[in-house]
Design a protein around this ligand. Structure first.
Ligand code: ZN
Length: 185
C-alpha cells in the first residue's frame, strides 16, 4: 500500500526536487542536468533555454530530445517551430525562446501558411478593416488566420500572434479589393 502510494507520488516529488535544484544551483553538474531533464517533468519548462544550452554543451542529444518532447507536448501552445532546434518556440519578436535563432520573414510566412490565410482575409474583411491595413502596412497573423492591426479578436482566438508586414503586391491587392467593393455612383 505504502509502496503503491510512493510510486504514485514519485513524479510529483521529482518535479519538486528538480525545480528546487534549478532555483538554488547556478552551475549544474552533468548528473543534476540528467536528473532534471529525465525526471523533472514540467519543471524544465520555465528553464528550457538554460537546460537546452547545458545539454548541447554536454553533447547529450538524447537529453535535448527529451526536452524537446516535454516542451512541445506540455509547454506553451501556439508558437511556431524553430528551424534550428525543432522546439515550438518562435516568439512574436521572431526569435527562438530556446536557442535564440531569429527566423526570416520568408520562414515566418511559410510556417504560418500566410498566403492562404491572406486570401481568406482579403475576401472576408470589411472595407474599414482593409483600409486600416493600408494605413498601417501590416497584419496580425495567428493559427486561426489573418487579422487587421487593431483587431481584438486576434489575441482572443490565438495564443500567439505574429506581425507580418505586407509586400507591395499584397498592398496593391487590398487596394483592388477595396475598389471592387465601392459601388459606382
Ligand atoms: Zn530554436
Amino acid at each position: 500500500m505504502i509502496v503503491k502510494k510512493a510510486k504514485r507520488l514519485a513524479p510529483v516529488l521529482n518535479e519538486y526536487i528538480a525545480s528546487k535544484i534549478l532555483g538554488e544551483v547556478d552551475n549544474l553538474t552533468p548528473n543534476q542536468i540528467e536528473y532534471i531533464v529525465t525526471r523533472g517533468g514540467r519543471a524544465v519548462i520555465p528553464e528550457i533555454s538554460r537546460l537546452y544550452n547545458a545539454s548541447v554543451k554536454l553533447g547529450r542529444e538524447d537529453l535535448v530530445s527529451i526536452l524537446r518532447y516535454t516542451w512541445n507536448t506540455q509547454g506553451p501552445k501556439g508558437f511556431l517551430e524553430c528551424p534550428r532546434c525543432g522546439f515550438k518556440a518562435i516568439s512574436p519578436d521572431r526569435s527562438c525562446i530556446v536557442c535564440g535563432t531569429v527566423v526570416t520573414d520568408e520562414y515566418l510566412r511559410k510556417a504560418l501558411g500566410f498566403s492562404e490565410k491572406f486570401e481568406v482575409f482579403l475576401k472576408s474583411a470589411s472595407v474599414a478593416e482593409l483600409n486600416e491595413v493600408l494605413n498601417h502596412g501590416y497584419v496580425l497573423v495567428g493559427e486561426k488566420g489573418v487579422y487587421n492591426p487593431r483587431s481584438s479578436r486576434a489575441r482572443i482566438e490565438n495564443p500567439v500572434v505574429y506581425i507580418v508586414y505586407l509586400r507591395k503586391e499584397e498592398l496593391s491587392r487590398i487596394v483592388e479589393e477595396v475598389n471592387t467593393r465601392e459601388l459606382p455612383i
